[in-house]
Design a protein around this ligand. Structure first.
Ligand code: UDP
Length: 325
């Protein structure tokens, strides 16, 4: 197939590209390198089945040239990471809403099957765990910028579902805390990256608040497998899927595990949310996916245990990810 991956130079996107290239597809990456890196896709640049276009999803003319030539789109380009969103909500909202609108409008025009990458963040601070795809969302006030990301992604989902109602084959995936090699070592979008960087540098691990908030960390190879299934299984059309592991871990325990794994003598410090993100911050205390729908329709289940995934991630960090930072 001819496949377009927006955001294909990013963390999840580049792993998705690896999987699609390994399957023999023709892959075009559209990425403006805002957080994506050429290094993530450099190993494909020589292949005649691969093309990289350095542009934004906000550039409709470029986007149209690409969409009209493909059979399948994975739309991952977005401003992601709580810290980016909190620092610059306007850019995040514009890119995440308008960009997805552009992609879907063109997918509809050229009738191309599309997978839209959404986020577990859309559940907000709902305490109704495990979080079901059709469960209620619970967001804080609009004065808390964090929730703008959840709403932007939710608008993306509404648009996708509206096109699905018009017959366009489109599927939404909600990612749960993906981690693995190629995480940005500065850790903007990921506590795993932050803790590894801190541990390997002998700096204190900054556990926010009481460290008892939980997440379900999902190894990126699993995230990618679920994404590919969402784009290929016929019954996935018109559906929303949680893509993640359902193994829950408290952030303080994650910190301890990373200390043990790295052999670092860093200490753990508790940092109040206000010190990390400013005064208007709200947090999701528990985030656990209900994985039944993905299991039933996609036959998808996350397979890589946290210990194994963290080991592979550490290997990558040790192989030089921190150089030049
Ligand atoms: N976190 C932390 N220390 C950090 C960065 C994050 O304790 O230095 C916590 C954060 O409060 C959240 C969890 O780790 O509870 C996951 O944060 P991340 O930014 O990785 O993703 P999120 O799930 O918030 O989108």
């Amino acid at each position: 197939m001819r496949i377009l991956v927006t955001g294909g130079a990013g963390f999840i996107g580049s792993h998705l590209v690896d999987a699609l290239m390994a399957q023999g597809h023709q892959v075009t990456v559209l990425d403006n390198l805002s957080v994506g890196k050429v290094a993530n896709i450099a190993h494909h640049l020589g292949s005649e089945r691969f093309r990289f276009v350095n542009d934004s999803i906000l550039n409709v003319a470029t986007l149209e040239q690409l969409v009209r030539r493909v059979d399948l789109i994975f739309h991952l380009a977005a401003v992601v990471g709580v810290k980016y969103v909190v620092e610059d909500p306007l850019t995040a909202i514009t890119v995440n809403v308008r960009g997805t609108e552009n992609v879907l409008e063109l997918a509809y025009k050229y009738w191309v099957r599309t997978v839209i990458a959404s986020s577990s963040e859309v559940y907000g601070k709902s305490a109704d765990v495990p979080l079901r795809e059709d469960g209620d969302r619970l967001l804080g006030p609009t004065t808390v910028p964090r929730w703008s990301y959840a709403d932007a992604k939710a608008i993306d989902e509404y648009i996708a579902l509206a096109y699905a109602r018009k017959g366009l084959p489109v599927t939404v995936v909600r990612y749960f805390n993906a981690y693995g090699p190629r995480l940005d070592p500065r850790g903007y979008g990921s506590v795993v990256a932050r803790f590894f960087t801190q541990a390997l540098r002998g700096e204190p691990l900054t556990v926010y608040e009481d460290g008892r908030q939980t997440r379900c960390f999902t190894y990126v190879a699993d995230t990618v497998r679920g994404t590919v299934l969402a784009g290929t299984v016929p019954e996935a059309v018109g559906e929303i899927f949680n893509i993640g592991s359902d193994r829950e871990i408290a952030i303080a325990d994650l910190a301890r595990q990373i200390l043990a794994l790295t052999g670092s003598r860093s200490e753990i410090v508790l940092v109040p949310y206000a010190a990390a993100y400013g005064p208007d911050f709200e947090e999701t205390r528990r985030r656990v996916p209900d994985v039944r729908r993905a299991r039933e329709i996609l036959s998808f289940e996350a397979a890589v245990p946290l210990e194994e995934g963290l080991r592979r991630t550490l290997e990558w960090f040790r192989s030089g990810a921190l150089n030049g930072m």
